[in-house]
Ligand binder design. Structure first.
Ligand code: HMG
Length: 390
């Protein structure tokens, strides 16, 4: 039996800032961002957009053509949760008007959590092949104005329906894991901006990749040459390139030249370069980018996935692209979404970034911006209010 992705979609903010504006403000060459970290633009959500509206937009599109009555599990993966108790998934469940006979919960482990959602769904769907799981990963990456991490911010969500009737990717059952207690990136409850030891985080990412790969290849018997393309967790696009070069060197020495290796990941990088880090969603934004931008038919090709979440957990797993997958991807809609975004000046970006609802327990309404099909309208009686705009 094959278990995998039946449908997948992503959504990002309608607003972005070009990193040249950031470079101008810092008085540094923009090439540090465009080439040094490989990022050109980053999504900048307005006050009435949050991880719920981003997630609901992605999930609405991902569930449009599936039998929603079969969804009996919603997993919401995020590290920028909006409530200490209630799962963000329940808001999405309500906004999408999914059936009430459903379990809904939130998972957290930095950018890794959606991979846990996939791995936990595989045996569940094997046991219950008539059911479907809606997995949503949604995050807003915030490091602070003027911080070293600022150019690697971003925002977006990916939603996928996992089932025993996959149409896009069928996952292999083997995976390789790595966990180590490290402080490379973390966010205490008292702040909405992450702390990061940037250089150390890159080292830990690579270490977790190599360790996860070692266990994966030992368990599966698959070698580097068995993969056609690789999807990495993408905090910034150069991270994917660095990771791939390290993995190739470790697995096969100097067998492949740089152009060949970059060709194995370049199509995964298009969207991330102009959206930025979407934390839990980012590897899957890379997968969608690959599926929508590859000039080749990827049918039957094996893809390697490496998910990394700071703190840290890494997992290497794999899957095969299924025949006819092209019919199930939404590239026209994504191109339109990305091309129609509004560019913010540096001042306007700072205004969006600095907006926060007062914490005095009062009722507040958010200013109105373009947020797609759903909108975060404000707070009333300590409750977050969401609107369907259709
Ligand atoms: P930095 O100090 O701004 O940058 O930090 P740098 O000085 O290291 O320069 C970056 C690259 O630009 C270097 O290239 C420079 O040579 C180059 P490299 O040595 O890496 O090949 N450069 C230039 N290139 C062209 N023209 C120029 C120029 N100047 C310099 N003029 C850093 C960069 C990514 C560390 C920082 O932005 C940061 O801390 N970001 C956040 C942390 C992060 O993204 N870590 C990634 C791994 S951890 C992870 O992925 C998990 C995460 O997603 C969180 C989670 O799990 O929840 C973050």
């Amino acid at each position: 039996m094959k278990i995998g992705i039946e449908s997948i979609n992503f959504y990002t903010s309608n607003y972005f800032i070009d990193l040249k504006s950031l470079a101008e403000d810092r008085n540094i060459p923009v090439s540090k961002f465009y080439h040094g970290i490989g990022q050109e633009k980053m999504a900048a959500p307005p006050p009435d957009e949050d991880i719920i509206t981003l997630a609901a937009n992605a999930a609405y599109n991902a569930t449009k053509s599936v039998d929603k009555d079969k969804i009996d599990t919603v997993i919401f993966a995020t590290e920028s949760g909006i409530d200490q108790s209630k799962s963000g998934g329940i808001y999405v469940h309500q906004l999408l008007q999914l059936g009430k006979n459903c379990r809904v919960f939130e998972v957290k482990q930095a950018c890794y959590s959606a991979a846990a959602g996939i791995q936990m769904s595989l045996p569940y769907l094997m046991l219950h092949p008539d059911r479907k799981v809606l997995l949503v990963a949604s995050d807003i990456a915030r490091y602070g104005i003027g911080s070293v991490g600022e150019p690697t911010q971003g925002a977006g969500a990916v939603a996928m329906v996992l089932s025993a009737r996959p149409a896009i990717v069928a996952f292999d059952m083997e995976s390789g894991l790595y966990t180590e207690d490290v402080m490379d990136f973390w966010r205490p409850n008292y702040t909405d901006e992450a702390f990061v030891d940037g250089k150390f985080s890159i080292k830990m990412y690579i270490k977790a990749l190599i360790e996860s790969w070692n266990q994966y290849s030992g368990r599966s018997g698959r070698e580097f040459a068995d993969f056609y393309r690789f999807c990495y967790h993408l905090p910034f696009s150069r991270m994917g390139e660095k990771a791939h070069i390290h993995l190739a060197k470790h697995a096969v020495g100097d067998d492949y030249d740089n152009d060949f290796l970059m060709g194995q990941i370049s199509d995964t990088l298009h969207y991330i370069k102009i959206i930025g880090n979407t934390y839990a969603a980012s590897m899957y934004v890379g997968l969608i980018s690959l599926l929508e931008n590859s000039n080749e038919d990827l049918t039957g090709r094996r893809i390697g996935f490496f998910s990394y979440g700071s703190g840290c957990v890494g997992e290497f797993f794999s899957g095969e692209i299924l025949p006819g997958y092209q019919k199930y991807i939404d590239s026209g809609a994504h191109t339109k979404l990305l091309n129609n975004r509004t560019e913010l000046s540096y001042e306007k970006y700072k205004e969006f970034y600095s907006y926060s609802l007062p914490e005095d327990g009062g009722d507040y309404q958010t200013p109105k911006n373009e947020t797609g099909l759903f909108r975060f309208a404000g707070i009333s009686a300590h409750k977050r209010i969401y609107q369907r705009l259709f």
